[in-house]
Design a binder for this molecule. Structure first.
Ligand code: FER
Length: 401
């Protein structure tokens, strides 16, 4: 018996040593720690550091400015707080306020260098920045957590793109029950990311799969298939997931907002309708997106007015199209009139009142009002941030189908 145990332990050790390279490098410092009084403590081990700060959207925002098209624009940047060095080179900061329920992302800055919290295993990428994340539960944030409900399935799917000339990747969420209910057909929501993003953005930063699981389980949303495309037509897939391996994410990729992605969108819809059990009609199709994805949503909806019954524009990059680069951006007013003459089920717009695109969104809403074009508009606090985009998704999805 003893011998059998020894062999079993030896096999286990050999197996795990190969299976887990990082087996002996465990984390020891607790960070972040959500305290019983509602404050949050951050810790970072840096025995030789001179200055350590934490920056994140759990802190009051700072207003910063930048130049866009010769104009000075203001935007919200995450606040910054200093950590103090304690024993054993562990730096620490505890908020002097209760952190409200919500999902937050943050980074440390150690002597001028931005780093993630290496004791927090939840890391997200936002364009070209790695951020650490945490959720303070309660309220709407409970939609972002994994609950004891039936879960959908997320697949990474490659499709042949004639427009790009190579295979491209998308993420596809099928709701709980999809695999079992073989006769059931489902409506489809297409969800688009912002500039510099990719087919992973809404699932990682946006918590879209959790939001869908929870809203469906609560009976607040219909079971639906959700498709997350990669809106950078020059790109096969997200960084490290493409044939070149590594790519550095940038907001200035070739063919960004030059019409090819929008023009070729029917090839995506055709692929989904051919490979999934969809209800392949306008009233059972929705599209939405944040920022550049809101821009894509607008032009796809206007140029293919028979394709989507529901369209959602989240902090949309309105008014930045160049009609000279693609016919898709031309004859805007005529296309808008045609779109509304075909009676879409819903055009939904959401924008925060400190977003640098707030004025552009307000102008668009004004134009819709002046023309009597039906729409829903949510104006809330905050800027061009994931906090708002998660809120907009939770508002938009229950209105569908
Ligand atoms: C612009 C304003 C906003 C623009 C793009 C955006 C290319 C997109 C922002 C985003 O997706 O977050 O002028 O020009």
């Amino acid at each position: 018996m003893k011998r059998i145990i020894t062999i079993a332990v030896a096999l286990l050790m050999a197996g795990t040593a190969f299976a887990q390279q990082a087996l002996w490098g465990s984390a020891s410092t607790v960070s972040p720690e959500i305290n019983e009084d509602g404050t949050v403590t951050f810790r970072y081990h840096a025995p030789k550091a001179v200055k350590v700060t934490v920056s994140g959207d759990f802190l009051p925002t700072q207003r910063l400015t930048f130049q866009m098209n010769g104009q000075e624009m203001t935007y919200d940047a995450p606040g910054v707080a200093e950590l103090k060095e304690g024993q054993h080179g562990i730096w620490e900061y505890t908020t002097d306020f209760k952190v409200a329920s919500g999902m937050y992302t943050y980074t440390f800055n150690v002597d001028g260098n931005n780093v993630i919290d290496n004791n927090n295993m939840w890391v997200n990428r936002d364009i070209a920045s790695l951020t650490s994340a945490f959720i303070v539960p309660g309220g709407r944030a409970d939609l972002f957590t994994i609950q004891d409900v039936p879960h959908g399935t997320v697949a990474k799917v490659w499709y042949e793109s004639a427009a790009a000339g190579f295979d491209r990747r998308m993420s596809v969420y099928t709701p709980a029950g999809y695999e079992q209910n073989k006769k059931q057909k489902y409506p489809v929501l297409y969800v688009l990311h912002g500039i510099g993003g990719d087919e992973d953005a809404w699932l990682d930063q946006g918590r879209a799969a959790q939001i869908l699981d929870n809203l469906i389980a609560q009976g607040k949303a219909k079971p639906m298939i959700v498709v997350f495309t990669n809106g950078n037509i020059s790109q096969e897939a997200a960084p490290c997931q493409n044939s070149t391996g590594y790519i550095h994410p940038t907001t200035a990729l070739p063919q960004t907002m030059e019409g090819t992605f929008e023009t070729s969108f029917p090839e995506v819809v055709k692929f989904i309708d051919s490979n999934y059990r969809t209800i392949a009609k306008k009233q059972s199709r929705a599209i939405c997106g944040l920022s550049m994805g809101g821009f894509h949503t607008l032009y796809i909806s206007l140029n293919y007015p028979d394709m989507f019954g529901y369209s959602g524009m989240f902090s949309a990059a309105i008014g930045v199209s160049d009609p000279s680069v693609s016919p898709i951006y031309q004859d805007f007013d005529t296309k808008l009139a045609t779109y509304f003459s075909k009676k879409p089920d819903l055009l939904w717009i959401g924008c925060g009142n400190t977003d640098f695109l707030f004025e552009a969104n307000k102008d668009f809403v004004k134009k819709l009002n002046e023309n009597g074009y039906p729409h829903e508009y949510l104006e809330n606090e905050g800027g061009h941030i994931w906090k708002n985009w998660r809120i907009y998704l939770t508002e938009f999805v229950p209105k569908l189908f």
